[in-house]
Design a protein around this ligand. Structure first.
Ligand SMILES: [Zn+2]
Length: 192
């Protein structure tokens, strides 16, 4: 009597054999993995791509595997899981089914990493970009609980006469402000 054998599976990932996998209609990539990863939108600031935001550290391709290294905007940021999911989904749809997303926490991301293009995009969407803070000493980053002294310009009229209405807007990374000149409320990406 022949013993019953469970359906065979690939014995080892180190010995890939295309024949051992069920045939899947594979999308032939038309863009590099880096281009795809760079174009993924940030879950918290969906007008910005991950490239604009400066969170993409590295994108490498080893055979069929893509390794994306990111530095999340805030440690413990709830958007991190979403960012990972979006990266995997976008790369899979673009023809890169095997994706590993690694996170690197040091050096810590700061709002200074948001590109000039990203700052323009924020302003175009009525969101005041963060002021540039400049290099900071290494070591623990002090947590600022008081609003920074920098002036925040209204993204609608450019006036610097703006007041903070709420430290937290729709997402923790933004504050809600109002312009005293044009009276329009707007969101401000807080400096970090
Ligand atoms: Zn204004």
């Amino acid at each position: 009597m022949t013993p019953r054998v469970p359906p065979s599976r690939p014995a080892s990932r180190t010995l890939p054999s295309r024949e051992s996998y069920a045939p899947v209609a594979r999308v032939v990539p038309s863009r590099s993995a880096r281009e795809v990863a760079e174009s993924v939108l940030d879950p918290e600031l969906p007008v910005l791509t991950l490239a604009d935001l400066g969170v993409l550290r590295d994108v490498t391709e080893h055979d069929d595997r893509v390794v994306v290294t990111i530095t999340p905007t805030y440690s413990g940021c709830p958007a991190l899981d979403e960012m990972r999911r979006d990266l995997r989904a976008s790369l899979r749809d673009a023809g890169y089914p095997d994706v590993e997303v690694r996170t690197v926490l040091a050096p810590a991301w700061t709002t200074d990493w948001i590109s000039d293009a990203g700052r323009r995009t924020l302003a175009e969407h009525g969101i005041a970009p963060p002021a540039r803070i400049g290099p900071r000493p290494a070591g623990p980053v002090p947590l600022n609980l008081t609003p920074p002294p920098s002036r925040v310009h209204c993204p609608h009229c450019g006036s610097a006469d703006t007041v903070e209405l709420s430290r937290f807007a729709a997402t923790a990374c933004k504050a809600l402000r109002r312009c005293e000149s044009c009276r329009e409320p707007f969101e401000h990406v807080k400096e970090l």
